[in-house]
Design a protein around this ligand. Structure first.
Ligand code: AMP
Length: 480
């Protein structure tokens, strides 16, 4: 199950957390449109409201009022073809012998099946095939034998893969980031409390200040009374595996992730794209909205170097059409592109055009756009892409496509150019990504562009020494 989601957790001094949680979920809506949910705790009991749908539809009048308590967590879940299923909506909550547990997860475990089998053998009953429930059960089990911090550490030593979690144990709200820091998670300070969120844009929405990113392998426990937080570095890892695709496509441009403002990263990548493979044309058009920051950086670099290129908004987006990936069939995806984007003829007719997008996955968008632009009178259509060729699937939580569906999986760039009928096509290099993010290749997850993953995934190659935990020993050692 590929869970590409948004998570949040809040502890406040003296007011209900439901409304700020609701606003933060709105800020994270782009990270998941399938379901939304909030779980709060009022010091005595949990309150939960989780449903399928967009944040604005899930919470009606009265729902927020019934979510009492100053502490809580929230979640928005990304739609994955074939798994539109209310069982997987989150936060996931369970009650067990030593209290209640709520869990919001962004990421994807690669050894969830092993742990589920083991726990099922020990009598745990599972209601979904999702990996979040696996984490919840494992943690609940460890909490029977150990205090909170040791229990979380124990669970972290057993799960392998990507996870940014917000957890609520009774009324204690926590955040955990996997030892490789694959998915983002940050801490923010509010006037009367603290917040943990997938992206800093959620903190801005609450008028808070970004304090810092949660470190890879770190557990952050918010004080129940909203006055501070404690940090525990539970796992040390030599290298990180930050997902570069968060910066390229997924995150909001106004979020700061691992100390980089996403908008500036995209503009910088656009500049690098001109430096690496700039092509003279009359006009540069962004593919809205994902290509916009790349295109402005690209056009700026071109103009800096004296190229006579106009930057124009030649493609209008219908903002009411959802992301094309929600469409389950290829035919619907193609129709969706046409519904979503319409060319402005005057900026295109009789001109040579360069379109800039962040990525090519299946090739649907670029194929359709090139046809559209040629129909609108473009003389040439060049395509520049702000990411390298995506050749392998993502197992770490981004719903991309299967290997068979990826246009670059088994084709050269020239073959892709020919397929999508572009006059020229260039992708950005992996080096430009690493350099712009200020990180070495060995601190990034580049699995989708190299086919080499930083985790031990069945049937795939890995680019580093990784220790997949051996599952089977449930005893917590005294020095754990
Ligand atoms: P495709 O049309 O299949 O080549 O997909 C590329 C387009 O989808 C680009 O415009 C991207 O901005 C967008 N895109 C890339 N990755 C994703 C994703 N994981 N989910 C939804 N859209 C995406």
């Amino acid at each position: 199950m590929h869970e590409k989601c948004g998570v949040v957790g809040i502890a406040l001094e003296d007011r209900d957390a439901a409304r700020p949680l609701y606003y933060s979920l709105y800020a994270l809506q782009h990270r998941g449109q399938e379901s939304a949910g909030i779980v709060t705790h009022d010091g005595f009991q949990q309150h939960s409201h989780v449903e399928m749908g967009l944040v604005g539809d899930v919470f009606g009048p009265g729902d927020l009022e019934s979510l009492n308590g100053p502490n809580g967590i929230g979640h928005v879940r990304y739609p994955t073809a074939g798994s539109v299923d209310s069982c997987c909506a989150q936060p996931f909550s369970v009650s067990f012998k030593s209290g209640s547990l709520g869990l919001s997860h962004n990421g994807n475990l690669v050894n969830a099946d092993e742990i589920r089998d083991e726990l099922a053998g020990l009598g745990h009953a599972f209601t979904s095939d999702g990996d979040t429930e696996v984490i919840a059960h494992d943690l609940a089990r460890n909490l029977l034998e150990a205090d909170l911090v040791r229990a979380v550490k124990r669970t972290m030593s057993r799960i392998h893969g990507s996870y940014a979690l917000t957890i609520m144990h009774d009324d204690t709200v926590m955040g955990v980031r996997d030892p490789e820091g694959n998915r983002p998670l940050c801490i923010g300070e509010l006037e009367d409390g603290y917040v943990l969120a997938s992206e800093s844009a959620a903190i801005d929405t609450l008028d808070g200040e970004l304090v810092r990113d949660v470190e890879p392998g770190e557990l952050v426990v918010l004080h129940d009374d909203g006055t501070g937080y404690d940090s525990y570095q539970l796992v040390e890892q030599e290298n990180t595996a930050h997902c570069f695709f968060e910066h390229v496509y997924f995150a909001r441009p106004d979020s700061t992730i691992d100390e980089n403002l996403v908008y500036e990263v995209r503009r910088e990548l656009g500049r690098a794209l001109w430096d690496e493979s700039g092509v003279e044309s009359d006009v540069v058009l962004p593919v809205p909205d994902s290509g916009r920051a790349f295109a402005s950086g690209y056009a700026e670099a071109a103009q800096d170097q004296g190229a006579d290129i106009e930057f124009a908004e030649g493609l209008m987006k219908n903002r009411y059409v959802g992301r094309t990936f929600i469409m389950p069939t290829q035919d619907e995806r193609e129709r969706a592109v046409r519904l979503k984007l319409n060319p402005i003829k005057s900026t295109i007719e009789g001109k040579t055009v360069t379109i800039i997008d962040d990525s090519i996955v299946r090739g649907t968008t670029s194929t359709q756009l090139i046809e559209l632009l040629k129909d609108a009178g473009a003389e040439e259509v060049h395509v520049r892409i702000g990411a390298p060729e995506i050749i392998s699937p993502c197992y770490m939580g981004i719903d991309m496509a299967t290997r068979e569906e990826l246009i670059a999986a088994d084709r050269t760039t020239e073959e892709i150019r020919d397929d999508i009928k572009a006059d020229s096509l260039s992708y950005l290099s992996i080096d430009a990504i690493a350099e712009t993010l200020g990180e070495g290749h060995d601190d990034l997850c580049l699995g989708c562009v190299t086919g080499q993953y930083p985790y031990d995934i069945d049937g795939e190659e890995t680019d580093r020494e990784v220790d997949r935990p051996v599952i089977g020993d449930q005893t917590i050692e005294a020095d754990d």
